[in-house]
Each structure stands twice: as structure tokens, then as C-alpha cells.
Design a protein around this ligand. Structure first.
Ligand code: NAD
Length: 385
């Protein structure tokens, strides 16, 4: 196959879908690799590094789409709602597109892709099964977001994270509370611990308690009915408004006593629950910091504004929506490894696409084929809209 790597066009996006090390792996698997000039530049991968691994640099984007059988993107249309549309005219029938498309959030964009008769695969929909872990870009990107959220918080708080015993007396450690301990939350806990903070965590899925404690943090126990909060896929279910009301009430004290709160609570396909109200923020000490990783999907904190920093009573609330892009070297490396493994899963020994609808990784990720949206969840969303 001829694999094309397009430069990202989403505003502020610094990642690239494939890095030079993956170009070498793709070549070894029998593919040809075409890279749009400058595609990796912002992530720290100049054209020369791709050429050294046997890739061909292509001057213009149209040529990547014209010559490639499969195009790799970090953000395809849907996950790149404005600029992504410009690529539609460049696509050709049966071309394979692999990347993130935000199909659950932007089903209409998937319809536009279908009209171009491409075969688009959404990496966000890789099933969370053991066999697919090496292709799971959501986990890779959440790992980076969790790490960077702590770094941002540490940089914003007027305090230091570790405890110090100095000639000038004892400096107490920062208290960090992480709400939602999935992939990003557990990474945030681990990094905050490594920086020396006193860390607490909470999640509605009871299984998480042990994971939080194994990282040296305290799991906040609350008299809430959490049995049944986890679905069969390991995700949280949507909790009732009454449950969330009780949760907010019980968490109020822990939030008020924390110097840093990092919120990561999400329910797939739903708006994120509001877990920290303005009232709770007002009870925090001035100088406290909240990093709301749920900002893109409405936010866990009342008042969060996506990609803005706001102040409520001296408390700073950050709502970053694309933290992986701020660590573009490693984010691209992880994304690229996941994507290369995914392509291997889609192809046979000869390197040709070998679609198999009995293979759940193929079935769960394929969005469009032969001019139609074929993913049942997206079809349903389109019907409902
Ligand atoms: P996510 O981003 O959808 O949610 C983040 C966290 O928010 C979850 O842990 C969820 O339980 C929590 N949450 C939701 N509502 C909450 C509330 N009201 N209060 C507190 N916390 C709340 O999830 P994610 O991090 O992408 O993944 C969650 C889980 O999925 C993992 O921990 C794991 O069990 C599973 N998973 C499995 C695989 C695999 O097997 N390949 C890969 C990744 C994740």
C-alpha cells in the first residue's frame, strides 16, 4: 500500500500521525510512505528524518491524497470541523482514511466522508479489549493529558508540590485531589505523587480504589451507591442527577481542602457531569488551581471555559482541550505506534487491506464504506438528529 501522512490543519495542532520510526516499520511491512513536507516539523520530526527512514517527501497535500491508498491523520473531518472539510475534494473513492474523526460528537461529518466514498476508520472507536491495547490512541493521549495537567497545575499554583524541611522551616506539601481516575486521572495521580504532593482520588467505579491506592494516593470514601456504576466495557455509566447532587455535597470538603483539583470525569458519548459547583470553588483557598480535563465535553467544573483560564474568587480554573498537542513529540510517537499496529491489524501478509467484519477491531472502527455510513452507532445518531 502507499501510505500518506498529511500535515495536520486543525488550529494549534502540533502532532503528526506518523513519525519516522513508524515510516521505517511501514516500509519493512512492504508499504511505501509519502509524507507531506513539514508534517512532523512541529513535533520535532523534520522532513530529513523521514527521508532517512526511506519515506518520500511530497510538496503538496493534494499529491498525498492523489497518490496514497491510505491517508493517516491525527484529526480527520469531525475532529477537525473547519479545516478538515477542505480535504473532502482531495479524497478518492475507496481510499482508506485512518485517524480520529470524533464520530460520536460529529456524526454529520461522517456522512460527508461517506459521500466521498472513502473508507474511514475512527481510532477513537478501537474496542477496549486486551488485544487492542496497542492500538488504543485514547489511552495514549489520556496518559499525556494526565501528565500535562499536573505540570500545568504545578506551574500555576503559588505553592510548591513537595514538602521541604529547610533552615527556613518546614514547607508543607501541596494537597491534590483527582476526580475521575480512569487513564488520565491515574496518570495525574502518579505524576503528582512523583512531584511529592499529598494526593487523593475518587471515581464512581469501585474497582478503581485499589489502583488509586497502589499509586500511593488516598481513595476518598463516600457513602454513595456505586455498585453498578461500571458498564461491561469498563466505562462509567451515566449517574442520576440525585447521585451527582449527593456526590457534590460529599466531595465539597475535600475540594475545599485541596490546593489543586484535577477533574477528568467522563461518560462516553455524554456530556461530562458537573462535579464542582461555583459554590464549592468559592470555598477553596485563594491561589488554588483547578485543571478541568473534561472541558471539551462541557467540563466537570461549573464555569469552565474551553481553552481559557478564568478566576473565581482567586481560584484559577484552566480548561485545556488539547493537552496532547502540547507534548507533540511523545504524543505523536505514541499515536504513530498505535496507528502502525492498527494498519497491521487491517492488512494481510502481502500488506493489502483485508477487511473482515467478524473481526471486532475492524467492525467497531469502520465508519464509512461504498458511499454509506456503516457504523450502527453513528447511523443511529444520524437518525436521531
Ligand atoms: P473516561 O475518559 O470515559 O472517564 C474518565 C473517568 O471518569 C472514568 O474512570 C470514569 O469512571 C470516571 N467518572 C465518570 N463519572 C464520574 C463521576 N461522577 N465521579 C467520578 N468519576 C467519574 O474513561 P477512560 O479513562 O478512557 O477509561 C476508563 C476505563 O476503561 C479504564 O480505567 C479501564 O478500566 C477501561 N480501559 C480499558 C482498556 C483496555 O482494556 N484496552 C483500555 C483503556 C481503558
Amino acid at each position: 500500500m502507499k501510505v500518506g501522512v498529511a500535515k495536520e490543519t486543525f488550529a494549534g495542532e502540533r502532532r503528526v500521525a506518523s513519525v519516522p520510526e513508524s515510516a521505517a516499520a511501514l516500509k519493512k511491512a512492504g508499504h511505501e510512505v509519502l509524507v507531506q513536507s513539514g508534517a512532523g516539523a512541529e513535533a520535532g520530526f523534520p522532513d530529513k528524518a523521514y527521508q532517512e527512514k526511506g519515506a518520500t517527501i511530497v510538496g503538496d497535500r493534494a499529491a498525498v491524497y492523489r497518490d496514497a491508498d491510505a491517508v493517516f491523520l491525527v484529526r480527520g473531518l469531525g475532529a477537525n470541523p473547519k479545516m478538515g472539510r477542505d480535504d473532502l475534494a482531495l479524497m478518492k473513492p475507496d481510499q482508506v482514511l485512518i485517524g480520529m474523526f470524533d464520530p460520536l460528537g460529529e456524526p454529520r461529518s461522517i456522512q460527508e466522508l461517506a459521500q466521498r466514498r472513502v473508507r474511514a476508520f475512527a481510532l477513537e472507536l478501537v474496542p477496549r479489549i486486551t488485544r487492542a491495547q496497542s492500538m488504543d490512541v485514547l489511552s495514549s493521549m489520556a496518559t499525556i493529558a494526565g501528565y500535562k495537567a499536573v505540570i500545568l497545575a504545578a506551574d500555576t499554583t503559588p505553592r510548591m508540590f513537595p514538602m521541604y524541611m529547610t533552615a527556613a522551616g518546614t514547607i508543607t506539601a501541596a494537597h491534590v485531589f483527582v476526580i475521575g481516575a480512569g487513564v488520565a486521572g491515574l496518570q495525574a495521580i502518579a505524576v503528582a505523587r512523583r512531584l511529592g504532593a499529598v494526593v487523593k482520588g475518587f471515581d464512581v467505579r469501585p474497582a478503581v480504589k485499589e489502583q488509586v491506592e497502589s499509586l500511593g494516593a488516598k481513595f476518598v470514601e463516600m457513602p454513595l451507591q456505586t455498585a453498578g456504576a461500571e458498564d461491561t466495557g469498563g466505562y462509567a455509566k451515566e449517574m442520576s442527577e440525585e447521585f451527582l447532587r449527593q456526590q457534590r455535597e460529599l466531595m465539597g470538603r475535600v475540594v475545599a481542602d485541596s490546593h489543586v483539583v484535577i477533574t477528568t470525569a467522563a461518560v462516553p458519548g455524554k456530556k461530562s457531569p458537573v462535579l464542582v459547583t461555583g459554590e464549592m470553588v468559592r470555598r477553596m483557598a485563594p491561589g488554588s488551581v483547578i485543571v478541568d480535563l473534561a472541558a471539551e465535553r462541557g467540563g466537570n467544573c461549573e464555569g469552565t471555559k474551553p481553552d481559557e483560564t478564568i478566576q473565581i474568587n482567586g481560584v484559577t480554573i484552566l480548561g485545556p482541550t488539547n493537552l496532547p498537542s502540547t507534548v507533540p513529540f511523545h504524543a505523536s510517537q505514541m499515536f504513530s505506534r498505535n496507528l502502525t499496529t492498527f494498519l497491521k491489524e487491517l492488512t494481510n501478509k502481502e500488506g493489502q487491506l483485508a477487511l473482515d467484519m467478524n473481526n471486532e477491531i475492524h467492525r467497531d472502527t469502520l465508519l464509512t464504506r461504498d458511499g454509506e455510513v456503516v457504523h450502527p452507532r453513528i447511523v443511529e445518531l444520524l437518525k436521531a438528529s
